[in-house]
Design a protein around this ligand. Structure first.
Ligand code: AMP
Length: 356
């Protein structure tokens, strides 16, 4: 692909913090960014060159957006694939709508990953209270019932300790879902991989991801031995997934570390919270590498700088510590510019790089 020259415009669908950090990286490389998002508050627009606040399904708006952008990307996977496909007929869209469609549907995702040799947790599709009983008989308990679509940060999922929890679980999900066997893992980790238009790939050292209340709390690199020993296998699998999708840009796959190998949890066709450490902790950040990939530029070095890095999320009122964090030598504070603090809301993060 001929590289997009500096001064070109990258369209970003979605107005959250991931779009905000993509826009910042794009600006550093001399690109303009244009955010399209319906939200009243779009924190991506605070760092982008332009904002269109509109519904994703408005064809007049989409046509105008396509005409103004040289390439389009998206910063969240819960966007409807319909406008993304419509745009892809008019302007290059990376990652392609195919990546989006697979990542939006837990069943499609698990089947796709199994077909390229990956191992998800044992699962069964559930679409009624009766089929939940059948799934419990097949999978057993403990288990996790997850909505097929639109889940994130532990939303749209409920744990079943025993079959007696079935009524309550179905009441709270009550729609197309999958029942997953509960995985007895030692650690969670992710592979953040970047693939360019010519199929070249690089990936970052895997972070150990610690969750609290199903929300990422901390990522640590280098990861402990239980993860390091699975790195090659998980990175190779993520590469096969990216190749099979013809993915361009960042692809993140989350895994559980078990003695039997990496168990695939889920994928995100985008930059990821568990890759935020790369802004100060890697030679090239995930955001810059995403921009490089979708603009046809050479991919940058993904090596860790220094001896180690931790990234801590600032969730809800954690953000009130901002002044103390600024006073801490070597702490890199990132605030996302969100006006309203809400419990469970990602308000910012702080990265600490341990110099060698
Ligand atoms: P998810 O939204 O699917 O990433 O799930 C959020 C968190 O719930 C994960 O990061 C895990 O900590 C936990 N979790 C999800 N699925 C399972 C599973 N099958 N077994 C054990 N823990 C799980």
């Amino acid at each position: 692909m001929t590289p997009l020259p500096p001064g070109s415009t990258i369209g970003i669908l979605g107005g959250g913090q991931l779009g905000r950090m993509i826009a910042t990286a794009a600006a550093q490389l001399g690109y303009r960014t244009h955010v399209l998002a319906p939200d009243r508050e779009s924190v991506a627009a605070q760092t982008a060159s332009a904002l269109t606040r509109a519904d994703y399904h408005n064809r007049i708006v989409l046509a105008d957006f396509a005409a103004q952008c040289d390439v389009v990307t998206y910063e969240f996977e819960n966007i409807s694939a319909v406008p993304v496909e419509w745009l892809a007929d008019r302007v290059p869209v990376h990652p392609s709508p195919a990546s989006l469609r697979v990542a939006q549907d837990r069943i499609a995702e698990k089947e796709f990953v199994s077909n390229v040799g990956g191992t998800p947790a044992r699962w069964a599709a559930v679409d009624s209270r009766v089929s939940l009983d059948a799934a419990i008989a097949e999978i057993g308990t403990p288990a996790v019932l997850k909505t097929t679509r639109m889940g994130y940060d532990g939303k749209g999922q409920v744990r079943l300790q025993s079959p007696a929890d079935a009524d309550g679980a179905w009441e709270s999900i009550a729609g197309p879902a999958v029942l997953e066997a509960f995985v007895d893992f030692s650690h969670e980790f992710s592979i953040v991989l970047v693939r360019d238009c010519d199929g070249r790939m690089v990936s970052y050292p895997p972070p150990w991801n610690e969750h609290e209340d199903s929300i990422l709390a901390r990522s640590t690199v280098p990861a402990p031995a239980q993860i390091a020993s699975l790195w090659t296998e998980a990175a190779a699998l993520t590469g096969r997934i990216a190749d099979a999708l013809g993915h361009v840009g960042v692809l993140t796959c989350e895994y559980f570390a078990t003695p039997d190998g990496p168990v695939f949890n889920e994928m995100a066709p985008r930059v990821h919270n568990s890759g935020h450490w790369t802004i100060e902790g890697a030679v090239t950040s995930q955001f810059e590498n995403h921009v490089r990939a979708i603009c046809g530029l050479p991919l940058g070095d993904t090596a860790l700088v220094g001896a180690g890095v931790t990234m801590e999320n600032l969730i809800g009122h954690d953000v009130d510590r901002w002044a103390d964090l600024l006073a801490e030598s070597g702490a890199h504070l990132h605030l996302y510019g969100k006006r309203e603090v809400r419990p469970g809301r990602k308000m910012g993060h702080v990265t600490r790089v341990q110099r060698s």
